[in-house]
Design a protein around this ligand. Structure first.
Ligand code: ADP
Ligand code: ZN
Ligand code: ZN
Length: 703
């Protein structure tokens, strides 16, 4: 007698079927079992799912097809994993099938059951640690010790608010170490924003744990890995052989049967929010997952979550206010740098007092030159790559607009190209104006390439202590395109081969540079008056993180400085930065947001529409909006009129968006769930002809 199973398969994002299909099987199979099933004319991977108690038991009849096979040897995905995936799908308004299958390594889908079995055999032979356990742990500072004590005894979730260089990584390492030593089955998940930017962190984890627990005890998970590597890591985590998973946002979905600790390093980083498919926040899901993996009665399972940052997101900061004021997170403080290293002195240069078109002010240049002469390093950052953001003709009004996007193409001098950073369109730089033929084409504004060139000219006469000429390096998305290039360039900085490092925000984050004593932001003003209410939060955090790269080596007793060139030296943001006072900055932001009814005091979702014309994109949103009046909880949400996105056209696709807001997260969620069908139906109307796609972004980061 066959049984009927609910099986989740991959389905297109907004297809009418949520991804839960019925199949029959000769044997009953536990929820979470991986199976192969026929789907249309092909065969596909599926996950046996929990039966929805609301669903009438489907009668077994001839039309229900049997499953094709079971992936033998892979234990079922556990209930907590299934709940996490189910929650993510419903919260972020995507189909269960899409989220569940995207959370599995692609090779599970593509390999035959026999091939998977072969991989399993190979993965299973991991030797446990036999090397002598060397104790590499540092002696804790009093602040670190106090934080770890609270972490061990209180419930969490925890927000570790620790200055740059206060030793947060050491806290993560020791929290993991304590857990692994205590419980031989325990696993830890450590998330980082972008693994390629922080090879050091991975190395520190490997050094600390592979000696004791074996090479396979630490596995990585990120999109830079090959499909075969991803499957290997995934299997090691799923089988419990891996004790530590180190990964980017996708790792939040790793199957970890022994999960007891989740660390989210640099929890404020925007890259934790996915910008495609299900637009989930891995940080928020990490907090949710830790609850799922904890038994509230306190008897069995317990999973702690530790978010860490020197510049927490305003949301997490707000959640960690005093419990008496409604806070839900424990705030742990590490205000001091390890050793006697002081945070850098912040210097503001008033660019209004400098001659027009000054790129690097004389006092800043002087300070850089002095450091070179002393053998110290400087880091200059400018958040714009290429040579110049715009090329223009001096006699007519031609500018280097992209024909397919509402944006200018950027001039890259090194390979003499004009490149669109949105659609990728690349052409040779024209010799003469394409519009009037004039030869006088000039650049407007500047990027990192030009800054590098400019610095080389200005510092041409400066010598290093040994009399050799200055060495300048540039790190940005262009200089690091080749595999391994970033690692090689970072190694040059660490070894002291480079005197001045120029780059985009890539260099401002996370790196533990030991010899940098000066950091400068050349032109950060753009974000001060942005229409995006999160722009100043991002700027403050970027500048504070950048400042955090300076003066990290206390042993040398060197004084470090952070220079900021600005037209607005009196701006409150800079005043807080000068005092390294994140708390004051956050308090001001929270006050403004409360008055304006912005998150975290309200909850938002964006509906985005892409179409061949702006009219169609907006018409779709307007129609769906008009039909929303019939939907549950409509009275508790505000629907704003559709507007073009800030970069309205990309690759000939017109983009529009509409904001939905509510004072209640629950009401917003209920409304979105109920409205989903309306959006789907609206897409089928004749007025929506020409609509390419639509998507909902819950808790959007950029508006
Ligand atoms: P953060 O992550 O807070 O920026 P790190 O964990 O990178 O800081 O620590 C900064 C530096 O201090 C690192 O080089 C680290 O090895 C060192 N460090 C951390 N904790 C200690 C300690 N207890 N004793 C000595 N050095 C430490
Ligand atoms: Zn011209
Ligand atoms: Zn373009």
């Amino acid at each position: 007698m066959n049984t009927c199973l609910s099986v989740v398969v991959q389905t297109p994002a907004h297809s009418a079927i949520a991804g839960l299909l019925s199949y029959q099987s000769e044997l009953p199979l536990a929820p979470g079992t991986l199976v192969r099933v026929p789907f249309g004319k092909r065969e596909t991977l599926g996950v046996v799912w929990d039966d929805d108690p609301q669903r009438p038991d489907p009668e077994l009849h001839a039309t229900i097809r049997p499953i094709s096979g079971v992936l033998q040897g892979i234990a079922p995905l556990n209930a907590a994993w299934r709940q996490l995936v189910g929650f993510a799908a419903s919260y972020y308004q995507r189909s269960l099938g899409e989220v569940a299958l995207a959370a599995l390594p692609p090779q599970l889908r593509d390999l035959s059951p026999t091939q998977v079995t072969r991989r399993l055999k190979r993965a299973g032979s991991s030797g446990a640690g036999d090397a002598a356990a060397s104790d590499l742990a540092a002696t804790l500072t009093p602040e670190q010790a106090q934080v770890l004590r609270r972490f061990a005894t209180e419930a969490g979730p925890f927000l570790l608010f620790g200055a740059t260089g206060s030793g947060k990584t050491e806290v993560y390492l020791q929290a993991v170490q304590e857990l692994l030593a205590r419980d031989p089955l325990a696993q830890a998940l450590v998330m980082v924003p972008e693994i390629n930017l922080t090879p050091q962190l991975e190395q520190r984890f490997r050094e600390r744990f592979t000696g004791r627990y074996g090479e396979d005890a630490v596995v990585s998970m990120h999109s830079g890995m090959t499909p075969a590597q991803r499957l290997k890591s995934w299997l090691a985590a799923h089988q419990g052989a891996a004790r530590i998973v180190l990964g980017t946002r996708m790792a939040v979905f790793a199957s970890l049967p022994g999960l007891q600790l989740i660390v989210v390093d640099e929890e404020h980083d925007p890259s934790y929010k996915s910008q495609e498919g299900a637009r989930y926040s891995a940080r928020d899901l990490a907090v949710y997952r830790s609850q799922l993996e904890t038994d509230p009665t306190g008897s069995g399972k317990n999973c702690r979550v530790l978010l860490g940052s020197a510049t927490p997101s305003i949301e997490s900061w707000h959640h960690s206010r005093a419990a008496a004021e409604g806070g839900r997170y424990q705030r742990l403080l590490m205000p001091s740098r390890v050793g006697s290293g002081a945070l850098p002195t912040v210097r503001l240069v008033d660019m209004a007092q400098q001659p027009k078109k000054t790129v690097l002010s004389p006092p800043l240049l002087q300070a850089i030159a002095e450091r070179i002469a002393r053998g110290e390093q400087s880091m200059i950052f400018l958040n714009r790559r290429g040579y110049a953001p715009v090329l223009q003709c001096s006699s007519c009004d031609w500018k280097s607009e992209c024909p397919h996007c509402s944006a200018y193409r950027v001039f890259h001098k090194l390979d003499r190209t004009l490149r669109c950073h949105h659609c990728g369109l690349t052409d040779r730089v024209p010799r003469a104006c394409p519009s009037c033929g004039d030869l006088d084409i000039t650049t407007l504004g500047r990027g990192t390439e030009q800054l590098e060139e400019h610095l080389a000219e200005l510092l041409a006469d400066v010598q290093r202590p040994d009399g050799s000429p200055v060495r300048i390096a540039r790190i940005d998305a262009d200089s690091t395109k080749l595999k391994g290039a970033l690692q090689a360039q970072l190694a040059q900085v660490h070894s002291g081969e480079v005197d001045v490092l120029v780059g985009t925000q890539m260099i401002a984050k996370g790196h533990d540079f030991r010899h940098i004593t000066l950091v400068a932001a050349v032109n950060p003003d753009g974000a001060l008056f942005s229409s995006d209410f999160r722009a100043s939060e991002r700027l403050f955090s970027l500048l504070m993180q950048a400042a955090g790269r300076a003066g990290r080596d206390a042993t040398q007793g060197l004084k470090s400085e952070m220079w900021i060139q600005t037209m607005h030296p009196k701006h409150a943001l800079f005043a807080a930065l000068k005092r390294h006072d994140f708390a004051a900055f956050a308090a001001q932001q929270l006050l403004e947001r409360e008055q304006a009814g912005m998150p975290p005091f309200s909850f938002q979702a964006l509906v985005r529409a892409e179409a061949r014309s702006q009219d169609v994109a907006q018409a779709f949103l307007r129609l769906a909006s008009a039909a929303a009046a019939e939907v549950d909880d409509f009275a508790r949400v505000t629907l704003y009129p559709p507007v073009p996105m800030s970069i309205q056209r990309v690759a000939d696709v017109e983009r529009a968006q509409m904001l939905v807001e509510s004072a209640s997260r629950v009401a917003l969620q209920r409304f979105l769930a109920a409205w989903h069908g309306t959006l789907h139906a609206t897409r089928g109307l004749p007025e929506s002809k020409g609509l390419i796609r639509w998507a909902v972004d819950v808790d959007p980061l950029a508006i």
